[in-house]
Structure formats: C-alpha cells, structure tokens
Ligand binder design. Structure first.
Ligand SMILES: Cc1cc2nc3c(=O)[nH]c(=O)nc-3n(C[C@H](O)[C@H](O)[C@H](O)COP(=O)(O)OP(=O)(O)OC[C@H]3O[C@@H](n4cnc5c(N)ncnc54)[C@H](O)[C@@H]3O)c2cc1C
Length: 499
C-alpha cells in the first residue's frame, strides 16, 4: 500500500508540467543520422538575455568592431565566450611559465556578434561541478580511471575559477554566490541512477563526503518541495561578468599584444602557401572586414564549430541545440526560497535565485529547461537564438508554481525570456586538442578546438581551455605536452576519431 507521502508525491508528480524520464529518448535523438548540414553562423539580433542586456553589463560588447582590424597575429582565437577568453588567459600565463616571451606574442580574439553573446552570455548561470554523477556510465564506456578524471576535471575547473575570483577580489563584480546545489529526484529511476553513481564513485575512491541525500520530508521542511533530493556544494554567478574579468586580467598582462574584434565573424579559413617573400603565417582567416593571418587558430566556437569545420557536423561532431531561459519573480522572500541552485528531471530543468538587487524583496529566479516538451526533436539542430519556442516557454512558466506550492504565483509572467545555443555531442563530452578530420588528418595543422560541452560548460570550459592552451604553448615552445591528471583522455581529439 502507498504511504501518504508517496501518494502525495504521486499526485504532485502528476501535476508537474514536465515530460519525465525523457533522457533515453533524447540520447536516441542525438544519435540519429545527421539531420542537417554544418551549422550556420550565429544569427543577428539574438533574444535579449539578462546577462548581456542589463544596461552596463557588457562594457566590451562592441570592442574592436569598428576601426582598424588586426591583420596579423600569432594566435587567432575564434569566439569570445568562456572558452576563448579563458584560453587567452591561460596562454598568457603559460607562456611566462614556459619561459617563452609572451610579450612578443600577438593574440587576437574574433567574435561574430557582441562580446560573449553566445551560450556563455545566455546560459543558466550555474557553476555546478559533478561530484559523482555519471560515474557508472563513464566507467562502463572508458574505465574507472577515466570516470575519476571526468569528476576531477569539473572539480579542478570550478575550484580554479572560484579561487581566481577570490584571489582577485572579484566576488561582487561577478555576483559569486556560494549557495550549494540541490538536485530534485522526481522519479524512481532518477533515485536509482543517483544511488548507483554515488556508490560507484565512492568505490572508485572519489571523495563524496560533501554530498548529502535528503528525504522528501527534509526537502519539504527546508525548501518546500515534496521530493527526495541530493545536496552538494555549488556556486552561481554572472557568467558574462566572469568572462569580462578574465579578459581584463589577460589584457593587463598582454597589453596591446591582445586584441579583440567583436562583430567580426570568421567566414572561412584557408592555408597560406609559404613563399620566401611572404609571411611565415600558416592560416588566413576571412572576415567581412578583411583577412587575418595567423600561425595558430583556436576554434572556441562551441555550437557553431561545424560552420568552419564541416567534418564536425552531425552526431559524430557537434549538434547545435537551443536552450531556453525565463527570469521569473518568486512570490516568496529569498530566505524562503534559499540561495541554493537547483536542477531536476535528469537535468532538463535548472534554476537559481539571483541575489536581491536594490529594494527587491522577492528574488528573480533564472529557470532554464523545457526542451523535453518538444520531443522527439529536443530543439536539436537549431541555431536560431533570435526567437523562443512557445511550447518550451509554457512548460517553464508552469513548472516552479507546481513544484514549490505557495512560493511562486501560477500565471505570473516572466520578466525576461531568451534562448541560447548549446553544443551537444554524442558522449556529452567536449572535443579538446588539435583539429583532426579523419578524411584528411594533416589538413588542419596549427588549428585547435575546445568545444562541445553539451549544456554543461561552466565547470568544464575553463579547464578545457587550460588544456588546449597548454597544447598550443607546448608546440610554440617545441616541447611535448604533458596531459594533466585531471583531464579525461577521452576528451582529446586524437581519441575521438572513432565517433
Ligand atoms: C540556455 C543555456 C543554458 C545553459 N546553462 C548552463 C548552466 O547553467 N551551467 C553550465 O555549466 N552550462 C550551461 N550552459 C552551457 C554553457 O553556457 C556553455 O557550455 C558554455 O558557455 C560554452 O562556452 P563557449 O565559450 O565554448 O561557447 P560560447 O559562449 O557559445 O562562445 C562561442 C562564441 O563563438 C562565436 N562564434 C561562433 N562562430 C563564429 C565565427 N565563425 N566567427 C566568430 N565568432 C564565432 C559565437 O558568437 C560565440 O560568442 C547553458 C547553455 C545555454 C545555451
């Protein structure tokens, strides 16, 4: 016989406006044969996001979009999201560590739209590293050592970001909130998977001491939702402001050797045929504002990677996938909502309350998700972040009032709504390292990539950028790159050729 609490949970589950347990169906959709050609360039006039479009939030927005273009650089970084800017930051530091005179090395960042207006400027704002999640699957696919590394990469990335923010006194500048992270487990399969991953992580020697499983009653008492949950450390922040901070730190080191050109899409890359009287650069980048010659190219273009690297389109590469966010005012105080960030429904939904601003009494909650309502398409193969999907929007509007009775007002309209484009891969892991086209393995010498975070980039991109920066700097210094312990070997492009 059902207990009362599981009966009431059953009723609530029925009331949730979500498609539950859709993860396997989404994976099947990702693995379907290719659905379209290479990605288009980022579309103009994207929907307005809180992070980008709050007045004053994006001081670098139009940087370098007019005036003279940098026509020659040692390293061209395409994309000014967290990957591209973190890579510039890491390169500037690694060059000094390697004893290469970084002051003479020119880096230019080319961005198709405004500064950081891709996924990083349009995301959910969570910096939530995995502690044990996915260990069973990773172990089965790649072995336990790789499963341990997948967790280590996220822990390394998140703690490095938080350490840097604190070391440079930027907590307030980037709105860093150490509120912890809670995962609501709506269904039995989610509980079973979480417990198995937790046990496997523990058995593999991963430290899970800070992870707590909470009963329905504990969740109800503390948070007001009637589901079991998992609580672990986690942060949220203003992603664009973090990237701006990283850019400014890099600029302090490199000065005029670092240039940024926003609203300058790269439309083609072609090899430079060396002759004795021309430059020794390897690649010529075409932009509407003129060419840029460089020796190294880093594709930090995430969802759009296949535009310049057509061999990376489809399920063996990177699938652009649209995510949608609403900013919804809660109907309860921040104390009542708590500062925790959240996810649920296998990660399809994710939300957190913003710190209170001015005379606000009820927090603005940033909620993303709802793609599962569009199954079987899941918004895969969509680069249009200039529009929203009303079906997704309807799911998002109804979710929080249903999950947290009394804390959100049913029918209240969001204050903002936007979309952004994520970069899905079949294994959910990014590609990191030299660009390799299996059909012509030597055709991209000097080109590198870090992209494909599958909607989970904040605790991975800065670390992957550190790795790809290390690979580039080792090449410049004529040394062999030593792969750090924390980097999963299955992220490396040379180990992804079978996909
Ligand atoms: C709606 C949404 C919610 C998300 N929520 C979270 C979250 O809460 N936590 C989390 O960890 N992750 C989240 N993610 C994922 C995370 O935002 C990304 O993984 C991360 O921001 C990727 O950073 P990036 O720098 O690689 O890519 P981007 O930030 O997308 O940067 C790539 C840049 O390249 C530019 N570009 C592309 N092609 C060209 C070209 N040819 N020439 C010049 N420029 C070009 C683009 O304009 C873009 O600015 C979310 C993503 C979305 C879209």
């Amino acid at each position: 016989m059902r207990s009362f609490s599981s009966f009431s949970r059953f009723l609530l589950t029925v009331m949730l406006p979500l498609v539950l347990n859709a993860i396997a169906e989404e994976q099947a959709a990702i693995e379907l044969p290719v659905q379209s050609g290479p990605a288009a360039l980022p579309v103009p006039n994207p929907t307005k996001s809180l992070w980008v479009d709050t007045p004053g939030a994006n001081p670098l927005g139009k940087e370098g979009s007019t005036g003279a273009l940098t026509h020659d650089a040692d390293i061209c970084i395409i994309g000014s999201g967290i990957t591209g800017v973190s890579a510039a930051y890491h390169i500037s530091r690694l060059l000094l560590e390697e004893g290469v005179d970084g002051k003479d090395l020119k880096i230019t960042i080319l961005e198709a739209r405004d500064f950081c207006s891709g996924a990083t400027g349009r995301n959910g704002g969570h910096l939530t590293p995995a502690f044990f999640q996915g260990v069973v699957g990773y172990s089965a696919l790649y072995g336990t050592e790789e499963a341990v590394r997948a967790i280590a990469l996220e822990q390394h990335t998140s703690s490095s970001i938080v350490r840097l923010i604190k070391k440079t006194g930027a907590e307030a500048a980037v709105d860093l909130v150490e509120g912890g992270h809670t995962t609501l487990l709506f269904t039995k399969p989610e509980v079973v998977v979480a417990k198995a991953d937790y046990a496997a992580a523990k058995a593999a020697g991963i430290n899970v001491d800070s992870v707590k499983f909470l009963s329905e009653d504990e969740v109800k008492e503390t948070y007001g939702a009637e589901y079991p949950a998992i609580h672990a450390p986690g942060h949220n922040l203003w992603p664009l402001k973090l990237v701006t901070h990283l850019y400014n730190l890099t600029k302090d080191t490199l000065g005029s050797k670092l240039t940024l050109h926003t609203n300058t899409p790269v439309t083609a890359i072609a090899p430079i045929i060396a002759t004795s009287d021309t430059s020794s650069r390897r690649w010529n980048l075409t932009t509407p504002r003129g060419p840029v010659a460089c020796s190294y190219v880093l594709h930090a273009t995430n969802a759009y990677a296949s535009h310049l690297l057509p061999h990376m389109h489809g399920p063996s590469g990177i699938i652009p996938t649209r995510g949608q966010i609403i900013a919804l005012r809660a109907a309860a105080s921040l104390d009542n909502i708590t500062k925790s960030s959240w996810d649920g429904n296998d990660g399809f939904e994710y939300w957190f309350p913003r710190p209170l601003a001015g005379d606000e009494t009820e927090p603005l909650v940033i909620l993303g998700g709802g793609r599962e309502s569009t199954k079987p398409k899941f918004e895969l193969y969509t680069v249009d972040d200039a529009s929203v999907n009303p079906v997704v929007g309807d799911t998002l509007r109804r979710f929080l009032p249903a999950a947290f009775p009394g804390k959100y007002e049913a029918g209240r309209e969001p204050e903002m709504e936007w979309t952004g484009i994520m970069a899905y891969t079949k294994t959910h892991d990014p590609f990191v390292g030299p660009v390799i086209d299996p059909a012509q393995p030597d055709a991209h010498k000097g080109q590198y990539i870090a992209a494909g975070y599958t909607g989970h980039g904040m605790p991975r991109a800065y670390g992957c950028a550190e790795a790809v920066a290390g690979i580039i700097v080792a090449d410049i210094a004529g040394k062999e790159y030593t792969v750090p312990d924390w980097l999963p070997r299955h992220y490396l492009t040379q180990n992804r050729l079978h996909e």
